[in-house]
Design a protein around this ligand. Structure first.
Ligand SMILES: [Zn+2]
Length: 281
């Protein structure tokens, strides 16, 4: 597992945020003989896929599954700028939900409307470049080769729900819950969150806010580090990565946030997700 983008909302290519990184969400899961899975397609997706394509002399042979939490800019802005999308022979399956604008494919086609985007939309229309397929999630459990995926909707205050994921492969489990806002601020009230995170080896969780910030940011659709750790406590996770950092949060502030988060952990190992960090599960 490698973090390619850990920042929430907007990219932050600025010195005070440089150490933890400024690209928006993208996490790569890979194994020697299993499928390649990308959690979200933020700006980190552009750099991650560029590295996957490097040295392949323009030949496409990657088979990637891209799981979207939702279609807000920070989760999809790397897709049109990904070199993987323009090379024939690559196959990209985009998994997600969209409950308006006519479905997932149509929503992403809006993203590459020439009024907003310099990149031609052919890679989504399947006539040139990578073969792109769309999986609009209806059944919450599905299989990608030997990998079992569970995807459930997560609350975001008064906003559209977001998709959370649980990915299980050969006895190892990663849970990915970002852009979630719990009713009454209590993750224990959300059975979907508990089910996705149950016993995970690694929980990657939104930690955009400090507890003292949340009152004035109700219905922004995010969590505090305390809620992230509390879910890991309740669900018996082995490790929790604090993720989707507030764009204004500096490296020093994230160092302090990590210490505060560790103080409320009852069992799980807690760390702040950092761009470039790889973990063996
Ligand atoms: Zn987001």
């Amino acid at each position: 597992m490698t973090f390619w983008g850990v920042r929430g909302s907007i990219p932050t290519p600025d010195e005070p945020q440089a150490r933890y990184g400024g690209n928006t969400p993208c996490v790569l899961l890979s194994s020697a003989d299993g499928p390649l899975i990308s959690l979200d397609g933020g700006m980190g997706f552009r750099w991650m896929t560029a590295e996957l394509m490097a040295g392949k002399a323009g030949r496409g042979q990657e088979n990637l599954h891209l799981m979207l939490a939702h279609c807000h800019w920070d989760h999809i802005q790397g897709i049109p700028f990904s070199p993987m999308m323009y090379v024939a022979g690559n196959r990209v399956t985009i998994h997600g939900r969209q409950s308006f604008e006519g479905g997932l494919r149509e929503t992403l086609l809006h993203q590459v409307n020439p009024s907003y985007c310099p990149v031609p939309n052919f890679f989504l229309l399947q006539d040139v470049g990578a073969t792109v397929e769309f999986h609009e999630i209806k059944d919450p459990v599905f299989q990608i080769d030997r990998v079992r995926v569970t995807s459930l909707e997560l609350p975001r205050g008064n906003r559209l729900a977001c998709s959370g994921y649980r990915i299980e492969d050969r006895g190892k489990t990663v849970a990915y819950l970002t852009d979630v806002e719990y009713p009454q601020g209590d993750p224990g009230t959300t059975p979907a969150a508990l089910e996705l995170a149950r016993g995970a080896d690694l929980l990657i969780h939104d930690a955009q806010f400090l507890p003292e910030e949340v009152q004035e940011r109700m219905n922004w659709g995010h969590s505090t580090y305390r809620q992230a750790v509390e879910l890991a406590n309740l669900a018996g996770c082995r490790r929790v990565a604090l993720f989707h950092h507030d764009p204004g949060r500096t490296d020093e502030e994230l160092d302090a946030l990590e210490l505060q988060a560790r103080a409320v952990a009852r069992g799980p190992e807690v760390f702040v997700a950092r761009e470039g960090l790889s973990l063996e599960l």
